[in-house]
Write a protein that binds this ligand. Structure first.
Ligand code: WTA
Length: 692
C-alpha cells in the first residue's frame, strides 16, 4: 500500500484554499471571469458548501480509502443497491498482469442482482414512481413526451414480455438500431430485465457496419424504427436494417425477428418496406403484453451488454460489460462527478449508440432515480440556440456534452446563448476528446455564466465510466484538464519502456489495478483483449491515450497515441476507413491519418494510390468518399482525399504514418528522417500534390 499511497500523497500537496494555490492567480467562480491569465478556477463557497464532496480534503480522504481498501470502499457503496443475494466474501479478484496468466477481472462475483430492477423497481419502491424518469424532446420543437418511473417500468415490462414471447432468453444477444426515442432506453432496460445482452448500434452506422456487428454477435432479434428525421433530413433506418440482414444472412447469420417502431413523425407505416413473417410493428404487438414482468436474476459477472468500438485494426471490437460492477460504477461516478441531487434535471447530449449514452443517459442516471432528457434532434436545428431552448424548457441543471458541440456553437456567436436564461444550470460536463482551453472558457463564461463548474470527464468505452474527472466543489479547476482520478482509479503515466513516471511528466496513460466498471473481455476474442490492452505495458491496462501530469498533479489528456482517430468525439479506426477505401475498385492502397480540425477536433485525411492507369478526378474523389459513407457511416467520411502516386514505406513495406501526418497537417519542417524510406522521393511528390 505504501506504493499506492505515493500517488495520493502527491495529490495531497494541493490543499484547498491554502499554500500552493494562493500564489497562482486564482478566481472565485461567479466572482470574475475565467480568463487566459488565470490558471485556476475555484469553486464558489456557495457551490462547495452544498456539494457532495465539498473540499479537496474530503476527496483525498475518500480517495485514499478507495485505494487502501478497495474491497471495503466498494462493498459499502454496492450495499446501497438491491441484491437478491450478496456477493461472496471476496469483493473483487483480478489479474491485470499478462505475465502471471490470463487477464481476469471480477467484481461482486456470486452476488445476484438485476440492473433493470435497480434502475426502475427499486426507485418506484422508494417512492419515486410518480417522478419523471424521461423527458423526450423530438426533432421539431414542440414535439415532446415524458414517462414517470412507473410508466417507464410498465413499458419496459411489456417489451421484456414480448421479447420472452419470441424466444429471447438469458444470454441471447439483441441488436438495437434506434435513434434517440424513448424506445431506445426502454429496449436496453427490457433486455437487462430478462438478462438478454443488448448491443446498441449507433443509428448513423451504415448497413455494412450494422451487418458486421450482427454477424459477430448473432442476435435473436433486431429492434429498429422505420425512419428518423435528423434536422431537415429523413433517414430510412428500416431499409438500412433490411440491407444489413440480407448481408448478415450471406455470412450465415439470419435473424428471425425485426421489431420495428413506427416513428410516425418521420414516416408512415404504409410506405415502409416489410418482410412478412420476420417484421413486427412495435405498436401492434408490444402494448398487448402485461405491464409487469418477473426479473431474471443474474450473477454480478453475467454480461449486461456488448458495444462495438473501433481499434487499430479493421475489425470493430465487441467490448463486453458485466452486470454488478458496471451498475455500481456508473451510478457512483454519475452521482459524484455531477454532484447529483434528486431535484436535478439532467441532459446528456450523447446518443445511446455510444458508451456515453449507455453509462450516462440510461444506466447511471436512472440508477440514481434521476430525471433524464432524451433528445432526438440535432443541436443546431432549427437554429443554434436549440440546446439552450431545451435547457430553459425543462429547467436543466446538469448539462453534459462534447467539446465538438461547444466549439461549433461557439462559432455561431454568443447571441444564440444569451437570449436564453440558462439560470437553472448548475454543473456542466464535457466528454469525448480533450477540451481546448478556449472552448472550455467559452463554455464556462458564456454558457454557464461563470457560475457552473465544468466536469471534464476522461474515460472510454472500455472503462465503463469516468476515470479521471473533477468532482465539482472539491477542486479548483484548470481549463482543459480532467484533473484527478475518480475513487478507486489509479492512473499511471509510463514511458516507452513501461516505467512509471513520477511528478511532472508526460507519457502513455495506463491504469493500475481494476475498477468495478472495467470491461471484462472482447466478445469472442479474449486474446485480442489481452494483446491490445494488457500486453503493451505488462502489469497495466493501457488506454491508448497520451497524458501529462503537471506540477500540481493535474492530468492533461493529449489524445490517442494509436491509430484511432477522434472525429467529433467519435472513435474511428484508421484501418476501418482504409479498408473501406481499398474496397473501391479503383483504389489500390490507402493510408488514413487524423488532422487537427477547428470544430471536429480531428478530421480524417486519406492518402490513396489508384489502380494502374486510372486518372484521379473530382468524380473519383466523390465516389471514394461515398464508399466510406456506405461502408461505415457519414460520420467517418474523409474531409480530404490526397491522391498519391506512391506511399512512403520503409524497406520492409511498412507505411510511415508519422510522415503522412506531417504532410497532411503541413508541418513540412518536421518531417524528420526520411532516409529509411524505400523511396524517399515519394515524399516530395506527395508534398507537390498536397493541394490537388
Ligand atoms: C477520448 C468516450 C480527453 C480519449 C467516453 C479516449 C477524452 C476516447 C475525454 C474514448 C476527455 C474521452 N478528455 N480525451 N475528457 N473523453 N476522450 O470509447 O481519446 O468513445 O481514449 O469513449 O475518447 O472514446 P470512447
Amino acid at each position: 500500500t505504501s506504493d499506492h499511497l505515493r500517488h495520493v500523497d502527491s495529490m495531497g500537496t494541493l490543499p484547498s484554499g491554502t499554500g500552493k494555490i494562493s500564489y497562482l492567480n486564482a478566481v472565485i467562480l461567479g466572482d470574475s471571469l475565467a480568463s487566459e491569465e488565470n490558471d485556476l478556477v475555484l469553486p464558489s463557497p456557495e457551490f462547495s458548501s452544498q456539494a457532495l464532496i465539498p473540499s479537496s480534503d474530503k476527496y483525498i480522504e475518500m480517495y485514499r480509502r478507495s485505494i487502501v481498501d478497495p474491497a471495503g470502499f466498494w462493498s459499502e457503496i454496492a450495499s446501497l443497491f438491491y441484491w437478491k443475494q450478496k456477493w461472496s466474501d471476496q469483493v473483487y479478484s483480478e489479474n491485470m498482469d499478462v505475465r502471471k496468466g490470463p487477464i481476469n477481472i471480477e467484481w461482486f462475483k456470486g452476488g445476484i442482482t438485476n440492473v433493470c430492477f435497480n434502475a426502475l423497481d427499486r426507485n418506484v419502491q422508494a417512492g419515486l414512481g410518480a417522478k419523471t424518469a424521461i423527458y423526450w424532446e423530438g426533432n421539431e420543437p414542440g414535439q415532446d413526451g415524458s414517462l414517470t418511473y412507473t410508466d417507464l417500468l410498465e413499458r419496459v415490462c411489456q417489451l421484456a414480455n414480448y421479447l420472452k414471447d419470441i424466444g429471447v432468453g438469458k444470454g441471447d444477444a439483441v441488436v438495437i438500431y434506434l435513434p434517440m426515442l424513448m424506445e431506445l432506453p426502454i429496449a436496453m432496460l427490457a433486455c437487462a430485465r430478462i438478462a438478454a445482452v443488448h448491443s446498441v448500434v449507433f443509428a448513423g452506422f451504415s448497413a455494412e457496419s450494422l451487418a458486421q456487428r450482427i454477424t459477430d454477435c448473432k442476435p435473436k432479434a433486431v429492434i429498429t424504427c422505420n425512419a428518423v428525421c435528423r434536422g431537415s433530413k429523413v433517414i430510412h433506418l428500416k431499409d438500412i436494417v433490411d440491407t444489413a440482414l440480407v448481408e448478415s444472412a450471406k455470412n450465415g447469420v439470419s435473424v428471425d425477428v425485426c421489431l420495428t417502431y413506427e416513428n410516425q413523425s418521420a414516416m408512415k407505416r404504409e410506405t415502409t418496406n416489410w418482410m412478412e413473417g420476420r417484421d413486427a410493428w412495435w405498436q401492434d404487438t408490444v402494448p398487448k403484453f402485461p405491464t409487469t414482468c418477473d426479473v431474471e436474476w443474474v450473477d454480478a459477472e453475467d454480461p449486461l451488454f456488448l458495444l462495438y468500438t473501433s481499434g487499430s485494426t479493421g475489425k470493430p471490437k465487441g467490448v463486453l460489460h458485466t452486470t454488478g460492477g458496471f451498475m455500481v460504477y456508473t451510478a457512483t461516478t454519475f452521482k459524484y462527478a455531477f454532484d447529483y441531487k434528486l431535484s436535478d434535471i439532467y441532459w446528456c447530449t450523447a446518443d445511446c449508440g455510444w458508451i456515453t449514452g449507455h453509462s450516462y443517459v440510461t444506466y447511471g442516471p436512472l440508477l440514481n432515480g434521476a430525471t433524464v432528457i432524451v433528445f432526438e434532434g440535432a443541436p443546431n436545428y432549427p437554429d443554434p440556440g436549440r440546446c439552450w431552448d431545451i435547457v430553459d424548457k425543462y429547467k436543466v441543471t446538469l448539462f453534459y456534452t462534447a467539446p465538438t458541440l461547444v466549439r461549433s456553437l461557439m462559432r455561431e456567436g454568443n447571441e444564440y446563448v444569451t437570449r436564453y436564461s440558462r439560470k437553472s444550470l448548475r454543473v456542466l460536463g464535457s466528454v469525448g476528446e480533450p477540451i481546448n482551453p478556449s472552448a472550455w472558457r467559452w463554455f464556462f463564461n458564456v454558457v454557464g455564466d461563470s457560475r457552473c463548474p465544468i466536469s471534464d470527464t476522461w474515460w472510454q468505452t472500455e472503462t465503463g465510466g469516468f476515470m479521471i474527472t473533477p468532482l465539482p466543489g472539491a477542486w479548483p479547476l484548470k481549463p482543459g484538464s480532467a484533473t484527478f482520478p475518480f475513487f478507486g482509479v489509479q492512473p499511471v503515466i509510463v514511458d516507452d519502456k513501461g516505467t512509471e513516471l513520477e511528478g511532472e511528466c508526460s507519457g502513455y496513460l495506463c491504469v493500475k489495478s481494476s475498477w468495478p466498471g472495467a470491461f471484462r473481455t472482447l466478445y469472442g476474442d479474449h486474446e485480442r483483449y489481452e494483446t491490445t490492452y494488457f500486453k503493451p505495458f505488462p502489469g497495466y491496462y493501457f488506454s491508448g491515450d497520451g497524458c501529462s501530469r503537471d506540477k500540481d498533479g493535474y492530468h492533461w489528456l493529449t489524445g490517442r497515441v494509436d491509430d484511432v482517430i477522434n472525429v467529433s468525439g467519435h472513435r474511428i479506426g484508421s484501418a476501418e476507413v482504409e479498408s473501406a477505401l481499398v474496397s473501391h475498385p479503383q483504389c489500390a492502397e490507402a493510408a488514413v491519418v487524423g488532422v487537427e480540425h477547428e470544430v471536429k477536433g480531428q478530421a480524417i485525411y486519406a492518402f490513396v494510390t489508384l489502380v494502374e492507369g486510372v486518372p484521379y478526378s473530382e468524380e473519383l474523389r466523390k465516389s471514394l468518399v461515398a464508399t466510406v459513407r456506405n461502408q461505415i457511416g457519414a460520420f467517418a467520411a474523409p474531409d480530404n482525399i490526397h491522391w498519391a502516386p506512391g506511399l512512403p514505406k520503409t524497406r520492409s513495406g511498412k507505411i510511415m504514418r508519422r510522415i503522412l501526418r506531417k504532410i497532411a497537417s503541413r508541418q513540412l519542417d518536421e518531417l524528420g528522417d526520411t532516409s529509411t524510406l524505400a523511396d524517399p522521393s515519394v515524399v516530395d511528390q506527395l508534398i507537390a500534390l498536397r493541394d490537388c
